[in-house]
Design a protein around this ligand. Sequence first.
Ligand SMILES: *Cc1c(COP(=O)(O)O)cnc(C)c1O
Length: 372
Amino acid sequence: MIPITDPKSQLEPIMDDIVREVEHVLRSGRYILGPYVKRLEEKMAERLQVTDVIAVGNGTDALVLTLDAFGIGPGDEVITTPFTFFATAEAISRVGATPVFVDVEQTTGNIHPSNIEEAITSATKAILPVHLFGLPANMDAIQKIADDYELFVIEDACQAFGATYKGKEVGGLGDAACFSFFPTKNLSTVGDGGMIATSNPEVAEKIRSLRAHGSVQKYYHEDIGYNSRLDELHAAILLECLQYIDEWNQRRMDAAHRYMKQLEDVPWIGLPETTGEAEHVYHLFCIQSKDRTELMRRLEKDGIQTGVYYPCCLHEQKAYAHLGHKRGDFPVAESLSESMLAIPLYPMLSKEDQDYVIETIQKYEEDTQWFA
Ligand SMILES: *Cc1c(COP(=O)(O)O)cnc(C)c1O
């Protein structure tokens, strides 16, 4: 079976270095908020061209702590996309605010800027775009609306480490950005991890305090906070991986471009689109098919793993029944949730395996019964 993703394969060539760093942490006796976390935060801030990076326990916490640090809570609304991983909206709800969904772009699956303005009310505090599957959202249009209405822009960059928008890396495009280092993300560790990037010093200080029980000086607490810190072990592993992330992203892009070239003549599937301004780092390579169920069944039978991202939009989740949405509220997101299918793509995907995926999909075309 060719998997859709394979995090271990990219660690294999650098395993000795990782083991050495892990051993170094183990022998150091310093396990929480030590020198590795500090170095990771400094390196990230330099790379993303922000003043502050704060490493936390996971990407979901990164979102929660950021919303909290901006003072967003009960009675507030945050505009976001219904076509994303649940954590995006969950974080908004977790701080007591209400997620307000707006429909997405048909071509990219990202939040559609022209739907944002009509969703703004006096309670709106922020816009939370997601750089879906590794493709930056239309940040200029989003920022323009945010400026006009004095809203914060918080990037959910969990799927898009290293992606650029008009030549600038995601993470430094809004008021703050949240990342996840979950094992399948482009830059990842072997467990949970996350971080926030911001150039707002007050927000940065607040998040630093919130991640450690709302405390700046130990045992004195200004806020009701959280316990959400990145471990030294994960920071050490991430520092190793950070040296290779651009190469890994390039491999993802090369593989994606091969798919695009080889599959462009297959009339019954839709391929991911980019905007020209945004560089896609292909966290996932999602095609669209009207008969997704049948395509999945065939690919799995032929030894190719597929994945559905996402089978149920957030406005249709049980957890959000209280928002009172119904089928048809966000038709584009709903149609994407029925047609999108991820096929294998990861940095170490071999040319042979990729060729097999391509040939298998092309071969289905000869099967006129299904194709018709
Ligand atoms: C993975 C992900 C998150 C959550 O990150 P965790 O580290 O798993 O908590 C949030 N938003 C998006 C878009 C994600 O893909």
